[in-house]
Write a protein that binds this ligand. Structure first.
Ligand SMILES: Cc1cc2nc3c(=O)[nH]c(=O)nc-3n(C[C@H](O)[C@H](O)[C@H](O)COP(=O)(O)O)c2cc1C
Length: 518
């Protein structure tokens, strides 16, 4: 089983680390004449238009972000309208900005380089106004395009080794990346971005589903080849990333064993030429599950309770407990308002946020994710903070103890300059109020899950990162994902973080208001 040969994950991870030297020595430049389009456009499929009407769930965004999945003990099927709203809220076009050479279309979830390489697909039984089938979601014209007709959920049930949430789901949303759309800029590091950019989409998706009382579960245990075949993905250029089982129905799919007809569906070329990054393919193959039996074993690993919890204490560090704001203190903005308002902060004001705001951010974003690789209270990442400016909290480096709802001080001081350096010399991590880093003990994660643990650790971090984005905007604050110098971050938080690997970074604070907002 390739998944158990965990050298592959280390080779990929170490080979795609950023360091001062690696950035300086890299001759890569952005060839704008060969920039890929940020959409997968099927040339011969008729669109099924989705309604642009977005209803308000009236659910305060911070409740939606922190909600664990809705209960699965009642029947719940999404309608065409519910699906349209969920798809818009996680991958729809929310903002347009004109520039001299054209127009940038920004989407609901943050994405590295605004390159939007993650597509969504729907596999469903017959739903209200949607026939059973397999569909691609096209954000450019807000439509679904049918790839296959008929109920294909049996393929998902088999590929996930009968994961209960998948078997019972009337609809499953699947996420897949087209590597080149991100690798054009980020080269082989783009495999990390597959999960980073999938996580921000999923944070929105989970919140949008919770606000519509639809059960949703993230599933990473599946036979990759079977999903690629179902969606007609090109395994050399594209990869399935995650599934989300949506809803709950008694009408379970038939486990037909009829082979699928291969899909031959032309799409528009992305750019003049494409560059292959073998390291991305190698990492994907090495972390692929090859049979339903392997999925069963993989899932058993996630059931294993012999694994230590992720949170480790900072010996002797001063402990500061989070404030526990009551629901009455919560801003009332709905999840729909917050997602439409979200963007990435381009400039932070060097101003402080309150300790209550920081408490709300950490508490709401880390209440758990309903996923097949996480049990209640489980986590693969620990959160480390560089605090620059939070009222009533000494500036310094902290580790967050989720189990205690407390921050533990690692070292006190003004680390604005160091935070800027760790974030590739950008202003954002130096000017914000707090940087939150996600670090995983990859030795332990890979030992438990094989190479696929790498996907799981990246995805957990980025879903929480996506929730932090939303929790910031819910409170009128700003946020931006960031990239980083890997080993320097670990060293900065050591000895506490010694041996851990950085999965994700987000900066939080107050945005500098644009002239139009003053
Ligand atoms: C994981 C991640 C890393 C990012 N890294 C950076 C970064 O290093 N520098 C930066 O200026 N923006 C960064 N961004 C922000 C993206 O550029 C931004 O999300 C994208 O342009 C889309 O814009 P929007 O978030 O305003 O919708 C990052 C975003 C994500 C999700």
């Amino acid at each position: 089983m390739k998944n158990r040969q965990i050298d592959a994950a280390w080779i990929y991870h170490n080979g795609t680390k950023h360091s001062y030297q690696s950035i300086r020595a890299n001759p890569h430049y952005l060839d704008f004449d060969n920039q890929p389009v940020p959409f997968k456009i099927y040339t011969e499929l008729e669109p099924i238009a989705l309604s642009a009407h977005l209803s308000s769930s009236a659910m305060p965004s911070l409740s939606a972000i922190s909600a664990l999945a809705a209960r699965r003990d009642r029947q719940a099927s999404p309608t065409k309208q519910t699906l349209a709203e969920i798809l818009f809220l996680c991958a729809g076009i929310t903002r347009r900005r004109k520039y001299p050479g054209g127009e940038m279309l920004f989407r609901a979830a943050a994405c590295t380089g605004a390159l939007y390489h993650v597509d969504l697909y729907l596999v469903c039984d017959e739903l209200q106004e949607i026939p059973a089938g397999v569909y691609h979601f096209s954000p450019h014209d807000f439509a679904l395009r049918p790839l296959r007709q008929g109920d294909c959920r049996g393929v998902l049930a088999r590929a996930s080794a009968a994961e209960p949430s998948v078997v019972e789901a009337p609809a499953v949303l699947l996420c897949a990346s087209t590597f080149w759309r991100n690798a054009w800029k980020y080269q082989a590091r783009a495999y990390r971005h597959c999960y980073w950019d999938n996580g921000t989409v999923l944070a929105n998706l989970l919140a949008a589903a919770a606000a519509r009382a639809l059960p949703a579960k993230v599933v990473l245990g599946f036979v990759d080849g079977a999903i690629s075949e179902l969606l007609g993905l090109d395994p050399k250029r594209e990869a399935p990333l995650s599934l989300v089982a949506l809803g709950c129905s008694a009408a379970q799919p038939a486990l037909s064993t009829t082979p699928l007809v291969p899909l031959v569906l032309p799409t528009e070329p992305l750019s003049k030429t494409e560059v292959d990054y073998p390291a991305m393919r190698a990492m994907h193959e090495a972390s692929s599950l090859e049979s339903a039996d392997e999925v069963v074993q993989w899932r058993a690993a996630s059931d294993s309770h012999s694994v230590e919890k992720g949170d480790r204490s900072a010996d002797g560090g001063r402990r500061v407990f989070l404030q526990t704001p009551s629901d009455d203190d919560m801003p009332s903005a709905t999840i729909e308002e917050v997602i439409v308002r979200r963007g990435s902060t381009r400039r932070f004001a060097r101003e402080s946020i309150t300790f209550g705001q920081l408490s709300m951010l950490l508490d709401r974003a880390t209440r758990g994710i309903f996923a097949d690789f996480l049990h209640a209270g489980d986590s693969l990442n620990q959160l480390y903070l560089i605090v620059h400016a939070v009222d009533d909290l000494a500036p310094g480096a902290y580790v967050y103890r989720r189990d205690l709802h407390a921050l533990e001080l690692l070292k006190e001081g003004d680390f604005r300059r160091q935070a800027g350096d760790l974030g590739l010399g950008q202003d954002i991590p130096a000017d914000c109020s707090v940087n939150v880093y996600f670090l995983a003990d990859l030795n332990r994660v890979l030992d438990r899950f094989g190479n696929r643990g790498y996907r799981a650790a990246q995805l957990e971090a980025s879903i929480i990162g996506g929730k932090l984005y939303l929790a910031a905007y819910a409170q009128g604050l700003g946020a931006s994902g960031l990239t980083f110098f890997d080993d320097d971050v670990t060293e900065f938080f050591s000895p506490h973080a010694a041996g851990k690997s950085v999965m994700f970074l987000i900066a939080l604070g107050k945005s500098v208001k644009r002239k139009s907002e003053l």
